[in-house]
Design a protein around this ligand. Structure first.
Ligand SMILES: [Zn+2]
Ligand SMILES: [Zn+2]
Length: 74
């Protein structure tokens, strides 16, 4: 089984980060059941989803483009 780290953030969300792929995975590329071997608490960090980020100009363009597609849909 692969080793996973469960990381808890200040916002209360969790992320699972693999710390070691087992030989089975490396051979078959099939994910094993999640087995958490290590827990971390990042009390001073938000997860990537909650973290306020700087909006890049190209991201704004993509969002506008996506909205346009939605209004055109059925
Ligand atoms: Zn594995
Ligand atoms: Zn979060």
């Amino acid at each position: 089984m692969c080793d996973w780290i469960q990381r808890e953030f200040h916002c209360g969300h969790f992320r699972w980060i693999v710390s070691r792929w087992c030989p089975d995975y490396l051979r078959t590329q099939l994910r094993c059941p999640l087995s958490v071997t290590h827990y971390e608490f990042r009390g001073d960090e938000q997860c990537s989803h909650c973290k306020p980020r700087q909006t890049q100009p190209w991201e704004k363009f993509i969002r506008q483009h996506t909205n346009l597609n939605q209004t055109v849909g059925p």
